[in-house]
Design a binder for this molecule. Structure first.
Ligand code: ADP
Ligand code: MG
Length: 479
Protein backbone atom coordinates (compact mmCIF):
# COMPACT_ATOMS: atom_id res chain seq x y z
CA UNK A 1 0.00 0.00 0.00
CA UNK A 2 1.23 3.47 -0.77
CA UNK A 3 2.16 5.45 2.33
CA UNK A 4 2.20 9.16 3.01
CA UNK A 5 5.89 9.02 2.35
CA UNK A 6 5.29 7.77 -1.19
CA UNK A 7 3.05 10.69 -1.95
CA UNK A 8 5.35 13.33 -0.45
CA UNK A 9 7.15 14.00 -3.77
CA UNK A 10 3.78 14.97 -5.25
CA UNK A 11 3.38 17.61 -2.57
CA UNK A 12 6.84 18.90 -3.36
CA UNK A 13 6.01 19.00 -7.07
CA UNK A 14 2.87 20.92 -6.34
CA UNK A 15 4.83 23.41 -4.25
CA UNK A 16 7.26 23.81 -7.10
CA UNK A 17 4.51 25.06 -9.34
CA UNK A 18 3.34 27.61 -6.78
CA UNK A 19 6.65 28.98 -5.57
CA UNK A 20 9.21 30.62 -7.84
CA UNK A 21 12.30 28.59 -8.69
CA UNK A 22 14.76 30.43 -6.50
CA UNK A 23 12.38 30.64 -3.56
CA UNK A 24 11.60 26.98 -3.85
CA UNK A 25 15.25 26.16 -3.84
CA UNK A 26 15.86 28.44 -0.89
CA UNK A 27 13.02 27.47 1.38
CA UNK A 28 11.72 24.08 0.32
CA UNK A 29 14.57 22.11 -1.20
CA UNK A 30 15.48 20.72 2.22
CA UNK A 31 11.97 20.25 3.47
CA UNK A 32 11.46 16.58 4.34
CA UNK A 33 8.58 14.41 5.28
CA UNK A 34 9.18 12.90 8.73
CA UNK A 35 5.96 11.26 9.86
CA UNK A 36 2.26 11.58 10.44
CA UNK A 37 0.37 11.04 13.66
CA UNK A 38 -3.11 11.27 15.08
CA UNK A 39 -4.57 9.07 12.30
CA UNK A 40 -2.95 11.21 9.69
CA UNK A 41 -4.39 14.44 11.01
CA UNK A 42 -0.97 15.76 11.89
CA UNK A 43 2.01 15.84 9.58
CA UNK A 44 5.54 16.42 10.78
CA UNK A 45 8.06 17.95 8.41
CA UNK A 46 11.79 18.38 8.79
CA UNK A 47 13.55 21.67 8.06
CA UNK A 48 17.24 22.54 8.32
CA UNK A 49 16.88 25.54 10.65
CA UNK A 50 14.55 27.50 12.83
CA UNK A 51 14.93 30.37 10.42
CA UNK A 52 13.72 28.18 7.58
CA UNK A 53 10.73 27.04 9.60
CA UNK A 54 9.78 30.61 10.53
CA UNK A 55 10.15 31.76 7.00
CA UNK A 56 7.89 29.05 5.63
CA UNK A 57 5.35 29.73 8.35
CA UNK A 58 5.34 33.47 7.74
CA UNK A 59 5.55 33.53 4.02
CA UNK A 60 4.40 30.29 2.54
CA UNK A 61 1.86 28.94 4.97
CA UNK A 62 -0.97 29.02 2.44
CA UNK A 63 1.07 27.46 -0.33
CA UNK A 64 2.28 24.68 1.92
CA UNK A 65 -1.14 24.03 3.35
CA UNK A 66 -2.73 23.97 -0.11
CA UNK A 67 -0.13 21.58 -1.48
CA UNK A 68 -0.50 19.23 1.48
CA UNK A 69 -4.27 19.21 1.53
CA UNK A 70 -4.32 18.38 -2.16
CA UNK A 71 -2.84 14.97 -1.43
CA UNK A 72 -3.60 14.61 2.29
CA UNK A 73 -6.97 16.23 2.84
CA UNK A 74 -7.17 14.77 6.34
CA UNK A 75 -4.18 16.80 7.62
CA UNK A 76 -5.19 19.53 10.06
CA UNK A 77 -1.92 20.30 11.80
CA UNK A 78 1.46 20.88 10.26
CA UNK A 79 4.38 20.60 12.63
CA UNK A 80 8.05 21.18 12.00
CA UNK A 81 11.06 19.47 13.36
CA UNK A 82 14.39 21.21 13.13
CA UNK A 83 16.91 18.76 11.79
CA UNK A 84 19.86 19.11 14.12
CA UNK A 85 23.14 17.74 12.79
CA UNK A 86 21.93 14.77 10.83
CA UNK A 87 23.09 12.63 8.00
CA UNK A 88 23.00 15.49 5.56
CA UNK A 89 25.20 17.74 7.64
CA UNK A 90 27.58 14.88 8.29
CA UNK A 91 27.76 14.42 4.56
CA UNK A 92 28.36 18.14 4.13
CA UNK A 93 31.03 18.11 6.77
CA UNK A 94 32.67 15.20 5.00
CA UNK A 95 32.48 17.06 1.74
CA UNK A 96 34.08 20.05 3.37
CA UNK A 97 36.94 17.96 4.68
CA UNK A 98 37.44 16.49 1.24
CA UNK A 99 37.44 19.85 -0.46
CA UNK A 100 39.75 21.30 2.18
CA UNK A 101 42.14 18.50 1.43
CA UNK A 102 41.88 19.22 -2.26
CA UNK A 103 42.40 22.88 -1.60
CA UNK A 104 45.61 22.47 0.28
CA UNK A 105 48.01 22.80 -2.66
CA UNK A 106 45.93 25.75 -3.74
CA UNK A 107 46.58 27.47 -0.42
CA UNK A 108 50.29 27.11 -0.95
CA UNK A 109 49.94 28.58 -4.42
CA UNK A 110 48.09 31.40 -2.85
CA UNK A 111 50.86 32.11 -0.40
CA UNK A 112 53.38 32.16 -3.17
CA UNK A 113 51.21 34.54 -5.13
CA UNK A 114 50.73 36.77 -2.14
CA UNK A 115 54.39 36.79 -1.46
CA UNK A 116 54.97 37.92 -5.02
CA UNK A 117 52.27 40.51 -4.64
CA UNK A 118 53.77 42.18 -1.66
CA UNK A 119 57.23 42.06 -3.11
CA UNK A 120 56.55 43.54 -6.43
CA UNK A 121 54.14 45.08 -8.73
CA UNK A 122 50.57 44.03 -8.03
CA UNK A 123 49.75 47.11 -6.01
CA UNK A 124 46.45 47.47 -7.83
CA UNK A 125 45.18 44.42 -5.95
CA UNK A 126 44.35 45.15 -2.33
CA UNK A 127 46.31 43.35 0.38
CA UNK A 128 44.76 40.38 2.04
CA UNK A 129 43.71 42.31 5.13
CA UNK A 130 42.08 45.12 3.14
CA UNK A 131 38.46 44.43 2.46
CA UNK A 132 37.27 47.87 1.29
CA UNK A 133 34.27 47.74 3.58
CA UNK A 134 33.03 51.14 4.65
CA UNK A 135 32.55 51.04 8.43
CA UNK A 136 29.50 53.29 8.17
CA UNK A 137 27.47 50.62 6.42
CA UNK A 138 26.35 48.29 9.19
CA UNK A 139 23.19 46.47 10.17
CA UNK A 140 22.88 48.66 13.26
CA UNK A 141 22.07 51.72 11.19
CA UNK A 142 20.16 49.96 8.44
CA UNK A 143 16.44 50.45 8.88
CA UNK A 144 14.39 47.40 8.01
CA UNK A 145 11.07 48.23 6.43
CA UNK A 146 8.65 46.73 3.98
CA UNK A 147 10.59 47.68 0.87
CA UNK A 148 13.76 45.87 1.93
CA UNK A 149 12.45 43.21 4.27
CA UNK A 150 12.90 40.30 1.88
CA UNK A 151 16.41 41.38 0.99
CA UNK A 152 17.29 41.63 4.68
CA UNK A 153 15.91 38.15 5.31
CA UNK A 154 18.09 36.80 2.54
CA UNK A 155 21.05 38.70 3.99
CA UNK A 156 20.50 37.13 7.38
CA UNK A 157 20.19 33.68 5.88
CA UNK A 158 23.47 34.19 4.06
CA UNK A 159 25.21 35.20 7.26
CA UNK A 160 23.75 32.09 8.86
CA UNK A 161 24.88 29.73 6.14
CA UNK A 162 27.40 31.41 3.86
CA UNK A 163 28.11 29.74 0.55
CA UNK A 164 25.63 26.94 0.98
CA UNK A 165 22.12 28.30 1.07
CA UNK A 166 22.15 30.88 -1.68
CA UNK A 167 25.07 31.54 -3.83
CA UNK A 168 25.11 33.86 -5.49
CA UNK A 169 22.76 36.42 -4.03
CA UNK A 170 21.71 38.85 -6.71
CA UNK A 171 20.40 42.04 -5.13
CA UNK A 172 18.86 44.57 -7.45
CA UNK A 173 16.98 47.85 -7.33
CA UNK A 174 17.14 51.51 -8.30
CA UNK A 175 19.72 53.99 -7.05
CA UNK A 176 19.91 55.07 -3.45
CA UNK A 177 17.77 52.27 -2.11
CA UNK A 178 20.38 50.63 0.11
CA UNK A 179 21.95 47.88 -1.98
CA UNK A 180 25.52 48.89 -1.25
CA UNK A 181 24.74 49.49 2.39
CA UNK A 182 23.10 46.10 2.86
CA UNK A 183 25.78 44.22 0.96
CA UNK A 184 28.52 45.79 3.04
CA UNK A 185 26.59 45.22 6.24
CA UNK A 186 26.68 41.51 5.43
CA UNK A 187 30.44 41.78 5.02
CA UNK A 188 30.85 43.60 8.36
CA UNK A 189 28.75 41.07 10.20
CA UNK A 190 30.57 38.10 8.69
CA UNK A 191 33.84 39.69 9.67
CA UNK A 192 32.63 40.12 13.25
CA UNK A 193 31.60 36.48 13.35
CA UNK A 194 34.76 35.25 11.71
CA UNK A 195 37.67 37.71 11.68
CA UNK A 196 39.79 35.47 9.49
CA UNK A 197 37.18 35.40 6.73
CA UNK A 198 38.71 36.74 3.53
CA UNK A 199 36.22 39.36 2.36
CA UNK A 200 36.50 41.69 -0.58
CA UNK A 201 34.11 44.43 -1.54
CA UNK A 202 34.64 45.78 -5.01
CA UNK A 203 32.67 47.61 -7.66
CA UNK A 204 32.51 45.92 -11.01
CA UNK A 205 34.34 48.90 -12.47
CA UNK A 206 37.30 48.31 -10.20
CA UNK A 207 37.23 44.64 -11.11
CA UNK A 208 37.37 45.69 -14.74
CA UNK A 209 40.28 48.07 -14.13
CA UNK A 210 42.26 45.49 -12.19
CA UNK A 211 41.66 42.95 -14.88
CA UNK A 212 42.93 45.29 -17.56
CA UNK A 213 46.04 46.19 -15.59
CA UNK A 214 46.69 42.52 -14.88
CA UNK A 215 46.40 41.76 -18.57
CA UNK A 216 48.74 44.55 -19.51
CA UNK A 217 51.28 43.58 -16.90
CA UNK A 218 50.92 39.90 -17.75
CA UNK A 219 49.93 39.10 -14.20
CA UNK A 220 46.85 37.09 -14.87
CA UNK A 221 47.98 34.31 -12.57
CA UNK A 222 48.26 36.68 -9.61
CA UNK A 223 44.92 38.21 -10.52
CA UNK A 224 43.26 34.81 -10.68
CA UNK A 225 44.67 33.46 -7.47
CA UNK A 226 43.84 36.70 -5.69
CA UNK A 227 40.18 36.38 -6.53
CA UNK A 228 40.02 32.66 -6.08
CA UNK A 229 41.17 32.83 -2.49
CA UNK A 230 38.23 34.96 -1.39
CA UNK A 231 35.59 33.60 1.01
CA UNK A 232 33.03 36.34 0.56
CA UNK A 233 33.10 38.30 -2.66
CA UNK A 234 30.90 41.38 -2.86
CA UNK A 235 30.66 42.86 -6.34
CA UNK A 236 28.67 46.04 -6.61
CA UNK A 237 26.87 47.43 -9.67
CA UNK A 238 27.52 44.54 -11.99
CA UNK A 239 25.66 46.31 -14.80
CA UNK A 240 28.90 48.17 -15.59
CA UNK A 241 30.34 44.98 -17.02
CA UNK A 242 27.90 45.28 -19.91
CA UNK A 243 29.72 45.10 -23.21
CA UNK A 244 33.06 44.23 -21.56
CA UNK A 245 33.41 40.77 -22.98
CA UNK A 246 36.86 39.69 -21.92
CA UNK A 247 36.26 40.85 -18.35
CA UNK A 248 33.02 38.93 -18.37
CA UNK A 249 34.85 35.81 -19.48
CA UNK A 250 37.34 36.11 -16.62
CA UNK A 251 34.59 36.87 -14.19
CA UNK A 252 32.71 33.81 -15.38
CA UNK A 253 35.67 31.59 -14.51
CA UNK A 254 36.27 33.30 -11.19
CA UNK A 255 32.61 32.94 -10.40
CA UNK A 256 32.58 29.23 -11.22
CA UNK A 257 35.66 28.53 -9.15
CA UNK A 258 34.34 30.34 -6.10
CA UNK A 259 30.99 28.70 -6.53
CA UNK A 260 32.48 25.25 -6.70
CA UNK A 261 34.43 25.95 -3.53
CA UNK A 262 31.17 26.95 -1.83
CA UNK A 263 32.36 30.50 -1.37
CA UNK A 264 29.71 33.14 -0.97
CA UNK A 265 29.19 35.65 -3.76
CA UNK A 266 26.89 38.65 -3.57
CA UNK A 267 26.20 40.84 -6.56
CA UNK A 268 24.19 43.99 -6.98
CA UNK A 269 22.76 45.61 -10.07
CA UNK A 270 20.23 48.24 -10.99
CA UNK A 271 18.03 45.68 -12.74
CA UNK A 272 16.99 42.05 -12.56
CA UNK A 273 19.31 39.64 -14.40
CA UNK A 274 16.87 39.11 -17.25
CA UNK A 275 16.67 42.86 -17.85
CA UNK A 276 20.37 43.60 -18.04
CA UNK A 277 21.61 44.15 -21.55
CA UNK A 278 25.12 43.45 -22.82
CA UNK A 279 26.05 40.69 -20.40
CA UNK A 280 26.56 37.15 -21.65
CA UNK A 281 23.66 34.81 -21.24
CA UNK A 282 25.73 32.19 -19.42
CA UNK A 283 26.79 34.76 -16.86
CA UNK A 284 23.26 36.04 -16.34
CA UNK A 285 22.00 32.52 -15.85
CA UNK A 286 24.73 31.95 -13.23
CA UNK A 287 23.58 35.12 -11.47
CA UNK A 288 20.05 33.77 -11.27
CA UNK A 289 21.15 30.41 -9.93
CA UNK A 290 21.03 31.33 -6.24
CA UNK A 291 18.67 33.94 -4.90
CA UNK A 292 17.46 36.95 -6.82
CA UNK A 293 15.91 39.56 -4.55
CA UNK A 294 15.04 43.21 -4.98
CA UNK A 295 14.86 46.32 -2.85
CA UNK A 296 12.00 48.48 -4.00
CA UNK A 297 11.21 52.12 -3.36
CA UNK A 298 10.23 52.74 0.24
CA UNK A 299 6.57 53.54 0.83
CA UNK A 300 5.48 56.43 3.05
CA UNK A 301 5.57 54.40 6.23
CA UNK A 302 9.05 53.09 5.48
CA UNK A 303 10.28 56.58 4.65
CA UNK A 304 9.00 57.84 7.98
CA UNK A 305 10.73 54.98 9.78
CA UNK A 306 14.01 55.75 8.00
CA UNK A 307 13.70 59.48 8.73
CA UNK A 308 12.99 58.87 12.39
CA UNK A 309 16.02 56.68 12.75
CA UNK A 310 18.34 59.09 10.99
CA UNK A 311 16.96 62.13 12.81
CA UNK A 312 17.69 60.49 16.10
CA UNK A 313 21.22 59.61 15.07
CA UNK A 314 21.88 63.15 13.85
CA UNK A 315 20.37 64.61 17.00
CA UNK A 316 17.98 66.78 15.02
CA UNK A 317 14.82 68.16 16.51
CA UNK A 318 11.89 67.91 14.14
CA UNK A 319 8.19 67.61 14.89
CA UNK A 320 6.33 64.53 13.71
CA UNK A 321 4.37 66.79 11.43
CA UNK A 322 7.57 68.02 9.80
CA UNK A 323 8.79 64.45 9.42
CA UNK A 324 5.54 63.47 7.76
CA UNK A 325 5.85 66.36 5.35
CA UNK A 326 9.38 65.44 4.38
CA UNK A 327 8.41 61.81 3.88
CA UNK A 328 5.53 62.83 1.65
CA UNK A 329 7.60 65.20 -0.45
CA UNK A 330 10.71 63.07 -0.82
CA UNK A 331 9.48 59.79 -2.14
CA UNK A 332 12.24 58.59 -4.42
CA UNK A 333 14.97 56.95 -2.42
CA UNK A 334 16.90 56.95 0.82
CA UNK A 335 19.78 58.95 -0.52
CA UNK A 336 17.39 61.82 -1.28
CA UNK A 337 16.00 61.61 2.25
CA UNK A 338 19.53 61.84 3.60
CA UNK A 339 20.18 64.84 1.36
CA UNK A 340 17.24 66.71 2.83
CA UNK A 341 18.31 65.87 6.38
CA UNK A 342 21.82 67.12 5.66
CA UNK A 343 20.37 70.44 4.53
CA UNK A 344 18.28 70.63 7.68
CA UNK A 345 21.29 69.87 9.81
CA UNK A 346 23.27 72.61 8.08
CA UNK A 347 20.48 75.09 8.53
CA UNK A 348 19.91 74.21 12.20
CA UNK A 349 23.60 74.66 12.95
CA UNK A 350 23.48 78.25 11.81
CA UNK A 351 20.26 79.25 13.50
CA UNK A 352 20.80 80.89 16.89
CA UNK A 353 18.24 78.70 18.63
CA UNK A 354 19.45 75.58 16.84
CA UNK A 355 15.92 75.22 15.62
CA UNK A 356 14.34 74.28 12.39
CA UNK A 357 11.04 76.04 11.89
CA UNK A 358 8.06 75.23 9.69
CA UNK A 359 9.02 78.17 7.54
CA UNK A 360 12.48 76.78 7.04
CA UNK A 361 10.91 73.51 5.99
CA UNK A 362 8.56 75.26 3.60
CA UNK A 363 11.37 76.91 1.72
CA UNK A 364 13.46 73.78 1.73
CA UNK A 365 10.65 71.70 0.28
CA UNK A 366 9.79 74.33 -2.28
CA UNK A 367 13.38 74.10 -3.43
CA UNK A 368 13.17 70.38 -3.47
CA UNK A 369 9.96 70.41 -5.45
CA UNK A 370 11.48 72.70 -8.00
CA UNK A 371 14.29 70.29 -8.52
CA UNK A 372 11.85 68.22 -10.52
CA UNK A 373 11.45 65.30 -8.15
CA UNK A 374 7.89 66.18 -7.46
CA UNK A 375 7.00 66.41 -11.10
CA UNK A 376 8.38 62.91 -11.46
CA UNK A 377 6.11 61.77 -8.68
CA UNK A 378 3.18 63.35 -10.48
CA UNK A 379 4.08 61.53 -13.67
CA UNK A 380 4.32 58.23 -11.87
CA UNK A 381 0.97 58.72 -10.13
CA UNK A 382 -0.66 59.67 -13.40
CA UNK A 383 0.86 56.76 -15.15
CA UNK A 384 -0.37 54.39 -12.44
CA UNK A 385 -3.85 55.80 -12.76
CA UNK A 386 -3.72 55.42 -16.54
CA UNK A 387 -2.72 51.78 -16.31
CA UNK A 388 -5.58 51.10 -13.91
CA UNK A 389 -8.05 52.84 -16.18
CA UNK A 390 -6.76 50.97 -19.22
CA UNK A 391 -7.18 47.59 -17.56
CA UNK A 392 -10.71 48.55 -16.44
CA UNK A 393 -11.58 49.74 -19.90
CA UNK A 394 -10.18 46.69 -21.62
CA UNK A 395 -12.08 44.26 -19.40
CA UNK A 396 -15.16 46.52 -19.05
CA UNK A 397 -14.82 46.43 -15.29
CA UNK A 398 -14.93 48.90 -12.48
CA UNK A 399 -11.88 49.66 -10.33
CA UNK A 400 -13.71 48.36 -7.29
CA UNK A 401 -14.22 44.98 -9.00
CA UNK A 402 -10.48 44.69 -9.34
CA UNK A 403 -9.67 45.40 -5.74
CA UNK A 404 -12.68 43.46 -4.47
CA UNK A 405 -12.86 39.80 -3.50
CA UNK A 406 -14.59 38.39 -6.59
CA UNK A 407 -13.05 35.25 -8.02
CA UNK A 408 -15.01 35.37 -11.24
CA UNK A 409 -12.68 34.28 -13.99
CA UNK A 410 -12.42 37.46 -16.05
CA UNK A 411 -12.19 39.64 -12.93
CA UNK A 412 -9.45 37.45 -11.51
CA UNK A 413 -7.51 37.61 -14.77
CA UNK A 414 -7.93 41.39 -15.02
CA UNK A 415 -6.73 41.71 -11.43
CA UNK A 416 -3.69 39.54 -12.06
CA UNK A 417 -2.81 41.49 -15.18
CA UNK A 418 -3.09 44.79 -13.32
CA UNK A 419 -0.89 43.43 -10.54
CA UNK A 420 1.62 42.38 -13.15
CA UNK A 421 1.69 45.89 -14.64
CA UNK A 422 2.10 47.41 -11.21
CA UNK A 423 5.06 45.21 -10.46
CA UNK A 424 6.75 45.22 -13.84
CA UNK A 425 5.95 48.58 -15.37
CA UNK A 426 5.38 50.71 -12.30
CA UNK A 427 7.87 49.16 -9.91
CA UNK A 428 5.63 48.74 -6.88
CA UNK A 429 6.65 46.10 -4.35
CA UNK A 430 4.56 42.96 -3.87
CA UNK A 431 3.61 44.14 -0.41
CA UNK A 432 2.52 47.56 -1.63
CA UNK A 433 0.42 46.02 -4.40
CA UNK A 434 -1.19 43.63 -1.94
CA UNK A 435 -2.21 46.62 0.16
CA UNK A 436 -3.68 48.44 -2.80
CA UNK A 437 -5.72 45.40 -3.66
CA UNK A 438 -7.71 45.29 -0.46
CA UNK A 439 -4.98 44.00 1.84
CA UNK A 440 -4.02 40.86 -0.04
CA UNK A 441 -0.95 38.99 1.05
CA UNK A 442 2.29 39.67 -0.84
CA UNK A 443 2.52 36.00 -1.83
CA UNK A 444 -0.84 36.25 -3.60
CA UNK A 445 0.53 39.12 -5.64
CA UNK A 446 3.68 37.18 -6.35
CA UNK A 447 1.66 34.23 -7.66
CA UNK A 448 -0.43 36.52 -9.80
CA UNK A 449 2.57 38.15 -11.45
CA UNK A 450 4.31 34.81 -11.91
CA UNK A 451 1.20 33.37 -13.48
CA UNK A 452 0.97 36.26 -15.93
CA UNK A 453 4.65 35.89 -16.74
CA UNK A 454 4.02 32.27 -17.61
CA UNK A 455 0.92 33.06 -19.63
CA UNK A 456 2.77 35.77 -21.51
CA UNK A 457 5.20 33.16 -22.68
CA UNK A 458 2.62 30.58 -23.67
CA UNK A 459 -0.74 32.14 -24.30
CA UNK A 460 -1.19 34.39 -27.30
CA UNK A 461 -4.48 35.76 -26.00
CA UNK A 462 -2.86 37.09 -22.86
CA UNK A 463 0.01 38.48 -24.93
CA UNK A 464 -2.55 40.36 -26.94
CA UNK A 465 -4.40 41.59 -23.84
CA UNK A 466 -1.19 43.07 -22.52
CA UNK A 467 -0.28 44.67 -25.82
CA UNK A 468 -3.70 46.30 -26.14
CA UNK A 469 -3.63 47.54 -22.54
CA UNK A 470 -0.20 49.07 -23.15
CA UNK A 471 -1.61 50.72 -26.24
CA UNK A 472 -4.56 52.10 -24.24
CA UNK A 473 -2.19 53.40 -21.58
CA UNK A 474 -0.05 55.16 -24.18
CA UNK A 475 -3.10 56.96 -25.50
CA UNK A 476 -3.28 58.80 -22.18
CA UNK A 477 0.15 60.34 -22.62
CA UNK A 478 0.05 63.95 -23.73
CA UNK A 479 2.41 63.35 -26.65
P1 ADP B 1 22.33 51.91 -3.61
O1 ADP B 1 23.59 51.11 -3.50
O2 ADP B 1 21.12 51.04 -3.71
O3 ADP B 1 22.37 52.94 -4.67
P2 ADP B 1 23.14 52.89 -1.02
O4 ADP B 1 23.34 51.60 -0.31
O5 ADP B 1 24.33 53.61 -1.47
O6 ADP B 1 22.13 52.68 -2.23
O7 ADP B 1 22.23 53.82 -0.10
C1 ADP B 1 22.14 55.22 -0.28
C2 ADP B 1 22.21 55.90 1.06
O8 ADP B 1 21.02 55.62 1.78
C3 ADP B 1 23.36 55.42 1.91
O9 ADP B 1 23.91 56.50 2.61
C4 ADP B 1 22.72 54.43 2.85
O10 ADP B 1 23.38 54.40 4.10
C5 ADP B 1 21.32 54.97 3.01
N1 ADP B 1 20.33 53.91 3.21
C6 ADP B 1 19.73 53.16 2.25
N2 ADP B 1 18.84 52.31 2.77
C7 ADP B 1 18.86 52.52 4.10
C8 ADP B 1 18.16 51.95 5.20
N3 ADP B 1 17.25 50.98 5.02
N4 ADP B 1 18.42 52.40 6.42
C9 ADP B 1 19.34 53.37 6.62
N5 ADP B 1 20.02 53.96 5.63
C10 ADP B 1 19.81 53.55 4.38
MG1 MG C 1 25.28 51.24 -4.65
Amino acid sequence: MATTFDYWPLVMDSLKTHVSGSNYKAWFSRLEFISTSNQGRKIILGVPSLFNKNYIENRYKTELRDAISKYFPQVIHIDFQINTPSDTSTAEAQQEIISNLQERPRLEDREVAEHNDTNNISSYLPKRNINNLNPKYTFENFVIAEHNEMAVNVAKAVIDQPGTLYSPVFLYGGVGLGKTHLMQAIGQRMLELNPSCNIKYITSETFLNQFQIALRKREMEAFKSFYRSIDLLLIDDIQFLAGKESTQTEFFHTFNTLHQLNKQIILTADKAPNEIKGIEERLLSRFSMGMVVDISQPDLESRIAILNDKIERLGLRLTSDQIQRIAMAVDTNVRELEGVLNKIQGKAMFSPSNEFTDNDLDSLLVHYKRSSQISELGTHMNHTEHVIQSVCKFFSLDKKDLVGPSRQQNIALARQILMWFMKNDLGFSYVAIGKMFGGRDHSTVMHATQKIDKLRASNSQVQEHIAVIKELTNQFQPN
